[in-house]
Design a protein around this ligand. Structure first.
Ligand SMILES: Cc1cc2nc3c(=O)[nH]c(=O)nc-3n(C[C@H](O)[C@H](O)[C@H](O)COP(=O)(O)O)c2cc1C
Length: 167
């Protein structure tokens, strides 16, 4: 019997979402300062490293996000790598709260974008390249400043649940 290889796609969105949910990730909050000076941020687990020389990272944003234009036109953004004891904040920055930064300790980084105090690490970027990625837009950022702040357990995302990873 000859088995013919097939490259016909047979994946559905719900099938893919379920399969990918078994890939454990960390959790970040990506932040940007709007032109009017107010902070915006959202919870993101599509963050990943890309290159050391030049220093590049990436993350992707749903094209339905109303702040897509903000990230397409910004001169930079910041990645906050979140700790397990900041899971409530990760939930808030993925939810309907209109002012997500109320009561949150944060400062402006050297690049002018919000850095969440007590995050595990801060990564400040300027735009490198933007790519169309289906229903998401992929932002590759050039890292201009990176700082590790704490060794507390990390926030993690697995099978649709926020949890914690401890080394
Ligand atoms: C753990 C987790 C990871 C997420 N990762 C992403 C992501 O990588 N990209 C994205 O566009 N939305 C992601 N989201 C959803 C956004 O956080 C959410 O849609 C966003 O906060 C909506 O913001 P808005 O109300 O300002 O449009 C994630 C949500 C959670 C809970």
């Amino acid at each position: 019997m000859t088995i013919m290889p097939s490259n016909k796609a047979d994946v559905t969105a719900s099938n893919l979402r379920e399969v990918l949910s078994h890939y454990l990730t960390g959790v970040t909050i990506v932040t940007v300062t709007k032109p009017d000076g107010t902070p915006y941020g959202l919870t993101v687990n599509s963050f990943n490293s890309v290159s050391l020389a030049p220093p590049l990272i990436l993350w992707s944003l749903d094209n339905k996000n109303s702040n897509l234009g903000l990230f397409e036109n910004t001169a930079g953004f910041a990645i906050n790598i979140m700790a397990a004891d900041q899971i409530d904040l990760c939930r808030r920055f993925a939810g309907k709260d209109s002012d997500r930064f109320v009561g949150v300790d944060w400062t402006f980084g050297t690049s002018g974008h919000p850095l969440i105090t007590h995050a595990l690490a801060h990564i400040e970027c300027r735009p490198w390249q933007t790519y169309a990625g289906g229903d998401h837009t992929i932002f590759v950022g050039e890292v201009i400043h990176a700082q590790h702040l704490s060794d507390r357990p990390a926030a993690a995302f697995f099978k649709g649940q926020l949890g914690q990873y401890e080394s």
